[in-house]
Design a protein around this ligand. Structure first.
Ligand SMILES: *Cc1c(COP(=O)(O)O)cnc(C)c1O
Length: 422
């Protein structure tokens, strides 16, 4: 469920007409719903209410300061994957003891930053990383709390580019070697082992892969305890999928996911951490764009939008489907048109949809890409020298620009021409 609905034929973001935002900020832009963000966080928080837990928002899915602030205020922790994300979380007022540091290539500088600023735990992904973290912590006179990310060799049954839990993926240490690596960690004075971490992929639409992975984590917990390790926290990752097309069957709900966690690892008495990104932010955002031209090709019609692959790369990168709907609803009974929906960027990959059936639209009409909150703005670029598009946050009947569109001058002024070229 989200808060982008039609009222009398006009699309609203909560209580604000989307066309009003377009008139104020220009197109294209992203718009996020406060109510949806909070609701999705709350669903996870409620689903784990049976035990001690922390829901850490995977900031890489949507990392605007305003969004971090509102989720942080709601009680969320943050899952960060870089020094930049760590500093964003801190800048939004999230305390260090609610920030988890994930990622396969943390640098010594990033580790130092997080130890000095305060950190809940590092999710360590390899032995070389463990050695560096031990040294960095010791050099600061600190002891870094860690979990070790294990790779359970489970098929997440998702797009290959976002599957992370198979043995051929770069993530974590093979679960078969976990006991050996935990034994090594236990001897390091700069580290304190507190738990286990697992994350098998993104946009999972079934619970079975989670179940397989969490069963393996439960078994490992018991083995590690028998080996003398204190395992008090389980970080079970993110990855629960969302419905991208309204026509599709809905993926499992956070409630069912929470019940699965209780069933698989609940008996171990560990504090539970999860790291959902997409399910919190995905359906909390739209990308709104304007039709520049409707162009007739030989055997098809092209809808040429002012939004492009640099603004929303998911269709080009993951063959992702986004529902694309008119901001002003067509009158009932209008027969649908069929378009190839593209952006102005000079690449054939700049295609959002092929042969898409939708209500007919014309030049200057607005369209909205649904489910664009996650992995949208954060993955955008200025390819083709198209300035980053603005982000807008709606809360009830108010809205604010939470990242303005840079001017062309801003964009050009970021580059320096060396003196010898002047
Ligand atoms: C990407 C990622 C997540 C979030 O995944 P979603 O599919 O957005 O829920 C969580 N944890 C880690 C380690 C990740 O890399």
């Amino acid at each position: 469920m989200d808060h982008f609905l039609y009222r009398d034929g006009a699309l609203y973001a909560e209580d604000v007409p989307v066309s009003e935002i377009a008139a104020a900020v220009g197109t294209p832009f992203y718009v996020y719903s406060t109510a949806t963000l909070k609701r999705h966080f709350q669903l996870f928080d409620d689903a784990l209410a049976w035990g001690d837990h922390l829901v850490c928002f995977a900031m890489k899915s949507l990392s605007n300061q305003a969004v971090i602030k509102l989720l942080g205020n709601a009680g969320a922790g943050m899952d960060v994957v870089s020094g930049g994300e760590y500093l964003r979380a801190k800048a939004a007022g999230v305390p260090g003891d609610r920030i988890v540091f994930s990622g396969v290539g943390k640098t010594a500088d990033e580790m130092r930053l997080a130890i000095e600023g305060g950190i809940r735990q590092f999710n360590v992904e390899s032995e070389p990383e463990m050695i560096v973290l031990d040294q960095v912590a010791q050099s600061l006179g600190a002891v870094a709390p860690i979990t070790i990310r294990v790779n359970p060799d489970v098929d997440a049954k998702t797009h290959a580019k976002i599957a992370t839990g198979k043995s051929e993926n770069k993530f974590g240490i093979p679960i078969s070697r976990a006991r050996e690596v935990y034994a090594m960690a236990a001897k390091m004075p700069g580290l304190k082992v507190i738990g286990i971490d697992v994350h098998i992929g993104s946009q999972l639409t079934e619970l079975a892969p989670f179940e397989a992975a969490y069963n393996k984590v439960a078994e490992l917990t018991e083995q590690l305890r028998a080996d003398g390790h204190e395992i008090t926290r389980l970080d079970l990752g993110g990855g629960l999928g969302i419905p991208y097309a309204r026509s599709n069957e809905a993926p499992p709900l956070p409630t069912d996911y929470g019940a699965l966690i209780q069933r698989t690892v609940g008996h171990l008495g560990c504090e539970i951490e999860i790291e959902p990104g997409r399910l919190i932010s995905g359906n909390a955002g739209l990308m709104v764009s304007k039709v520049i031209y409707v162009k007739s090709g030989e055997d098809r019609e092209f809808l040429i939008l002012d939004g492009a692959m640099n603004d929303l790369i998911r269709p080009a990168m993951y063959d992702a489907w986004h529902d694309i709907i008119p901001v002003n609803e067509a009158p009932a009974g209008t027969s649908p048109a069929r378009y190839d929906i593209v952006g102005p960027v000079c690449e054939s990959g700049d295609t959002f949809a092929k042969g898409r059936e939708m209500p007919p639209v014309k030049a200057d009409d607005l369209v909205a890409f649904r489910s664009a909150g996650a992995y949208g703005a954060v993955m955008s670029s200025e390819y083709n020298s198209r300035p980053l598009i603005p982000e807008v946050l709606v809360d009830g009947d108010q809205f604010a620009v939470i990242r303005p569109r840079p001017t062309y001058e801003d964009m050009i002024a970021r580059d320096n021409v060396p003196a010898w070229l002047e």
